[in-house]
Design a protein around this ligand. Structure first.
Ligand code: ZN
Length: 133
């Protein structure tokens, strides 16, 4: 498995609009619009930072995974995403090594990426996302 870089850091927020003040006005980052992924009940906004990005995640519904995360743990860092060269290969390798996966096969993420999550139980409490662009 070849990891290319840390692709992005996913941050759960109650309102992208509200948190924009900090990330854009105070930190000086740019936002290239938002994208809603209905299947995951989430609206995302990507803010490029050099070779990586900050991903703001706002739930579109009270029962979405991001809403549940905020309910349990509050707003903040929700996942760390690593870009891999070949996501199918990476998942097969991790599975072979006995790592518990949330997604057995990749699903569609924002920006046309293929993504898959590893189970936090297998990673020491970190929700790890793999993505291939
Ligand atoms: Zn992500």
């Amino acid at each position: 498995m070849k990891i290319v870089k840390i692709d992005h850091i996913g941050i759960a927020v109650s309102s992208i609009d509200e948190k924009k003040k900090f990330w854009l006005d105070a930190m000086g980052l740019n936002m290239e619009g938002t994208e809603t992924i209905e299947a995951q009940k989430v609206t995302t906004a990507f803010l490029p930072v050099g070779e990586s990005e900050v991903e703001l995640l706002e739930s579109t519904s009270d029962d979405g995974p991001v809403a549940k995360y905020i309910e349990k743990k509050g707003e903040g860092i929700q996942h760390v995403a690593f870009q891999v060269e070949n996501i199918e290969e990476a998942l097969a390798e991790l599975k072979e090594k006995g790592i518990q996966l949330i997604d057995q096969t990749p699903r569609h993420g924002a920006g046309g990426a293929k993504i898959a999550f590893l189970h936090p139980k297998a990673t020491g409490g970190v929700l790890v996302e793999l993505c291939e662009r």
